[in-house]
Design a protein around this ligand. Structure first.
Ligand code: EPU
Length: 352
């Protein structure tokens, strides 16, 4: 089996939604999982680490990438174990996530319709346990197929082994160990929809014209409503380069929350059992950053959690803006924000 050809000095600009112009020392596209061991051996021969790149929607290139960058292009959608109500949807890691959502919803299967329009690939979805509108990937994920670089062998991780948390998983805790090649999701034709986040139910009712939708309450209708809400609030990376939420929503101790709530009664919050999750977008907005613009980068005008690369900004420009935002939130609220995208390249140690 011949390994895919390596290209040298490739611009990664088309491969990251922030539109950052970093270069990969070497670059190859991976179309089939059986080509992976050969590519990893090439990286070893070159004395370089391998960096797996999916849709590049949760990455910030701080500079050129001295690695063999492997663009994950393993495609494939397959139904397995189709029963009366449930079925498993197996996706190659390179499948565009949003297309998979529309495919499942169009077939009448429920479970991932709230995750419509999230940019990126199916293989990247477990890394940060993508989530939106009250649903997370872990709610449907059955298993992840991966190459375990520590063992030099293929492996399958159960949902439990993925150790999912809010925007968190084993893949973040052991960066570089697993190269995800596919995922399997358990979907259902009858599971209840999750419509209680924000104004999702209200928007859906407005679109359908009645509360039960008269049978029109389909996974496709929910996906389309989520798409309309996201299009209203979140910028399209193809016109305004961005990486979605730039910070995680911070979870604070109940005592810290009570103190803040007394000072800011309107502050949105979500009970997490042990702690309380705050809305980073609200905290940043309160500090006056929404719509802020530096020379080349800025903060989105309708969602303060999203940083934008307006005009050929660099990773360093974005990191500098992020540092100032964090400092002002910390000063005013005493809450530390954690960045969501992984930082790769330049002198930064890779976080993915
Ligand atoms: N808010 C403001 N100002 C802002 C932004 C938000 O006041 O500029 C307030 C909103 O009014 C609302 C609260 O903050 O009361 C939460 O806002 P929103 O519902 O828009 O959600 P979010 O917490 O800002 C999270 C996810 C998004 C996901 C939405 C919907 C994280 C880091 N972000 O955002 O995920 O789409 O909920 O579920 O958890 C992503 O990860 O890239 C992403 C977009």
């Amino acid at each position: 089996m011949t390994a895919p050809a390596l290209r040298e000095g490739v611009s990664l600009r088309p491969f990251n939604t922030l539109g950052l112009d970093a270069r990969a020392r070497y670059f190859a596209a991976l179309g089939q999982s059986r080509e992976l061991p050969g590519l990893l051996a090439r990286a070893d021969d070159l004395g370089l680490p391998a960096l797996i790149l999916g849709g590049g929607s949760n990455l910030l290139f701080a500079g050129d990438v001295d690695a063999l960058v492997i663009h994950m292009a393993i495609r494939g959608r397959r139904w397995e174990q189709v029963e009366d109500d449930t079925a498993i949807l197996a996706l190659g890691a390179g499948e565009p996530w949003h297309e998979a959502v529309l495919y499942a919803a169009g077939a009448g299967y429920r479970g991932i319709e709230n995750l419509a329009l999230i940019p990126g690939t199916a293989g990247a979805a477990p890394v940060q346990n993508i989530g939106a509108y009250g649903v997370e990937l872990r709610d449907t994920l059955v298993s992840v197929s991966a190459w375990d670089t520590a063992l030099g062998a293929e492996c399958h991780l159960s949902a439990e082994e993925c150790r999912f948390g809010y925007r968190d998983s084993v893949f973040k805790h052991e960066p570089g160990r697993y190269i995800i090649t596919g995922i399997r999701l358990r979907l259902s034709r009858s599971r209840p929809f999750s419509l209680d986040y924000g104004d999702l139910r209200h928007c859906l009712e407005q679109r359908l014209g009645s509360s039960d939708g008269g049978g029109r309450l389909t996974p496709r209708a929910v996906a389309e409503t989520v798409m309309a809400i996201r299009r209203d609030k979140l910028p399209d990376p193809s016109t305004l380069p961005n990486a979605g939420s730039f910070f995680k929503n911070p979870v604070v101790d109940r005592a810290v929350f009570e103190g803040l709530k007394a000072r800011y009664p309107d502050m949105p919050s979500y009970d997490q059992g042990e702690g309380v999750k705050l809305a980073a977008g609200w905290l940043i907005d309160q500090c006056g950053w929404k719509g802020h613009r530096d020379a080349r980068v800025g903060v989105h005008s309708r969602q303060a959690l999203v940083l934008i690369n307006h005009a050929g900004g660099s990773g360093a420009d974005l990191l500098d803006l992020a540092r100032r935002i964090r400092a002002s939130v910390e000063e005013r609220f005493g809450v530390a924000l954690e960045m969501e995208p992984g930082v790769v390249g330049g002198s930064e140690p890779p976080t993915r």
